[in-house]
Design a protein around this ligand. Structure first.
Ligand SMILES: [Zn+2]
Length: 233
């Protein structure tokens, strides 16, 4: 497993902390740190050639996102991947929040927010091939950021917070990623952003609903397969 990074900046503590966090996040998303297992802080520190302190800090951030838990005396463990039921429940919540979020964004987004949304959309024109951990983590962040930008543009802080708290994109990407699922995702995002930019609330809500329904169909079978007793992984 090649995890050494040459682009860390040893002079800047904040940059180091951010780099270590991104590495750890990538490990969890790519299953290099397998689900439901103990995290060996010293081993990771050695692998990344850093002290245990930034590793602990990164783990605390991952704990907020629900990707690791801290157990008394036993240190950190990665959490299980979402069950089919947990995933289905999250989609019910997103289908309540996000079509409205998109409709409100179509009504209320400022020109600056529309620009930010378009820039985020254009940052990916093609889904990455099934790639290394960092590639997957970046694509996951793109998906999460796009949905969050829409929620911000909605002007409804309650929707924004509720959505943020789910950390949905992180959990979704742990279920495995395929380019075959990434490409339609991007096309669906285009439809949502175009309707928002065109200031068409109903079309924006419909496009978001279609995106979430399609995403649910792509992800639920994977959660089901991972849950099956004889999971072929
Ligand atoms: Zn999306």
């Amino acid at each position: 497993m090649n995890i050494a990074s040459d682009d860390t900046d040893p002079g800047a503590e904040a940059t180091l902390g951010e780099d270590v966090f991104k590495q750890l996040l990538a490990f969890v998303l790519s299953n290099e740190l397998p689900a439901d297992s103990r995290v060996n802080i010293n081993r990771i520190a050695k692998q990344l050639d850093v002290s245990p302190t930034p590793i602990r800090e990164a783990l605390t951030r991952l704990e907020v996102a629900g990707l690791v838990t801290k157990t008394h005396l036993k240190g950190f463990r990665t959490t299980s991947v979402l069950s089919e039921k947990e995933l289905a429940d999250l989609f019910v919540l997103r289908l309540l929040l996000e079509p409205t979020s998109a409709a409100l964004a179509a009504e209320h987004a400022t020109p600056a927010e529309l620009n930010a949304l378009t820039a985020e959309l254009n940052s990916y024109t093609d889904a990455p091939e099934t790639g290394d951990a960092q590639t997957m983590a970046r694509f996951s962040e793109h998906d999460g950021r796009l949905h969050l930008l829409i929620a911000q543009a909605s002007g409804n802080l309650a929707i924004q917070r509720a959505l943020e708290q789910t950390h949905f994109h992180l959990h979704a990407f742990r279920l495995s990623y395929e380019k075959a699922a990434g490409d339609p995702t991007l096309l669906e995002h285009v439809a949502v952003v175009e309707a928002i930019t065109a200031r068409e609330p109903e079309a924006a809500a419909a496009a978001m609903r279609a995106h979430l329904a399609a995403s649910r169909e792509r992800l639920l079978p994977r959660a089901r397969a991972l849950e099956a007793p004889s999971q072929p992984r």
